[in-house]
Design a protein around this ligand. Structure first.
Ligand SMILES: [Zn+2]
Length: 80
C-alpha cells in the first residue's frame, strides 16, 4: 500500500463570514499521512482533496510544519 503526505490548512472560516481568503491561503499547519491518494488522513482527519502532497519518504524531514503524531504512529506500524 502506497502512502502520501498531505497538508492540513487552517480550519475553514466561519460560513457567516464573507469575502474570506481561499482555504488554501497560507502555509500548512501540519502534515498528515493518507493511504493511496486519499484525502482522509490515517488519524481520521479529513483533508482538502487539493491540499499539497509530498512523497511519504519525506516524513520526518523539515517540511515547515509539524507532522501529525497519530498518523506517524499508524504509518510506522504499517510500513516496515
Ligand atoms: Zn493525522
Amino acid at each position: 500500500m502506497r502512502h502520501m503526505i498531505r497538508a492540513e490548512y487552517r480550519a475553514p472560516e466561519a460560513p457567516e463570514e464573507e469575502e474570506r481568503p481561499p482555504r488554501r491561503a497560507g502555509d500548512p499547519v501540519s502534515w498528515h499521512m493518507v493511504r493511496g491518494e486519499g484525502a482522509v488522513a490515517m488519524c481520521g482527519k479529513e483533508l482538502a482533496p487539493d491540499a499539497d502532497t509530498r512523497p511519504d519518504d519525506a516524513w520526518g524531514t523539515d517540511l515547515g510544519a509539524p507532522f501529525c503524531h497519530t498518523c506517524g504512529a499508524l504509518y510506522l506500524r504499517e510500513v516496515p
